[in-house]
Design a protein around this ligand. Structure first.
Ligand SMILES: Cc1cc2nc3c(=O)[nH]c(=O)nc-3n(C[C@H](O)[C@H](O)[C@H](O)COP(=O)(O)OP(=O)(O)OC[C@H]3O[C@@H](n4cnc5c(N)ncnc54)[C@H](O)[C@@H]3O)c2cc1C
Length: 295
């Protein structure tokens, strides 16, 4: 049943297919669930406002986080999980909007990074390693319990639930981080009816991060993923993901957008400056007006 625990603070349980009698009832059990979910989300928002828990993160001051996990995902990506352990902020929690970034500071270097996931007291990052990269090479050497300073969050992208029919996300390399976190927040929200198409450009298979996470999202009706690999060798089969052995260029942008409705489609772009300008110009030429570039 939708709500068998009678606790209005609990999230209504999603009915299974077997819960539906398929007799075209009005309202159907799924309609009731949707309504309960809307009420639950409203209550949750109100209670967050009432509790008004302050953000652990600060725009101007660095907070000390400890390294909770650091893991090489592939030859060019590291997963870094930071945790806030200080006792001085028991009623605080981490608040970051999907797509926003924070600044990480170690020794004398500070660089912006976009969390791919966060909880009340921890933040997860995907960090691309550059052979001569000052920050990323340092991150390779950090150990569990080391301290990293964090301030933020920054970024002006704001998303209103169900405000577009479709969101098409063009990303290049580590530019996948903001669009992945936005895609995940939309797919995780059962009230969302927006369709998401995430497009990523990578040099080769070993450069693709978050493969399993993208495959998991692909199980949902409203998520589609296409990856363009410019230097593919023996072909590649990633279940649920459309892998193309070509560069993400004008032709691919055109094919992706040709049958979409510009007025109800939001375009998100994140990659190198050159990539951002190229995609932005291409989509503007196709009369798309709702465009946000992460830089
Ligand atoms: C808002 C924002 C969010 C970001 N989020 C992320 C994120 O989630 N994950 C992530 O990995 N990065 C992210 N970046 C990039 C990150 O901030 C660093 O710029 C990057 O990790 C390189 O830093 P570094 O000190 O290792 O390299 P640097 O010492 O700055 O550069 C050394 C050399 O590395 C190479 N290099 C550096 N950056 C690039 C690049 N973008 N493309 C190609 N070659 C490059 C160049 O050869 C350069 O000469 C983000 C950047 C911005 C502006």
């Amino acid at each position: 049943m939708c709500n068998d625990n009678n606790n209005e603070d609990s999230r209504p349980v999603t009915p299974s297919e077997e819960d539906c009698c398929h007799s075209a009832c009005d309202p159907c059990i799924f309609d009731i669930h949707k309504k309960l979910l809307e009420e639950y989300e409203k209550r949750k928002k109100q209670s967050i406002k009432i509790q008004n828990k302050p953000n652990i993160l600060h725009l101007c001051l660095y907070r000390n986080f400890v390294v909770f996990n650091v893991q090489e995902l592939s030859e060019c990506y590291i997963l870094l999980v930071l945790k806030y352990n200080e006792n001085n902020c028991k009623d605080c929690r981490i608040l970051i909007d999907p797509g926003q970034h924070v600044v990480l500071h170690v020794c004398d270097t500070a660089k912006p990074y976009t969390p791919i996931f966060f909880t009340d007291d921890s933040i997860e990052f995907l960090i691309r390693l550059y052979p001569n990269g000052k920050f990323s090479q340092y991150i390779k050497t950090v150990k569990v319990d080391d301290i990293i300073h964090v301030r933020g969050p920054y970024g002006n992208f704001k998303y209103e639930n169900n405000s577009f029919q479709t969101i098409v996300m063009f990303s290049m390399g580590s530019g996948i981080t903001p669009v992945y976190s936005i895609a995940k927040s939309i797919i995780d929200n059962e009230l969302e009816e927006t369709k998401v198409h995430l497009i990523g450009g990578f040099k080769n298979i070993s450069h693709i991060p978050l493969k399993r996470e993208l495959q998991t999202l692909s199980d949902y009706w409203n998520f589609q993923c296409t990856l363009y690999i410019s230097q593919i060798q023996n072909g590649c089969n990633l279940h649920g993901i459309n892998v193309k052995s070509e560069r993400l260029g004008q032709k691919s942008i055109f094919e992706t957008l040709e049958n979409k409705e510009a007025s109800t489609t939001l375009i998100l772009i994140c990659g190198t400056n050159q990539f951002n300008r190229f995609v932005e110009q291409s989509v503007k030429c196709m009369n798309y007006i709702h465009i946000h570039v992460f830089e």
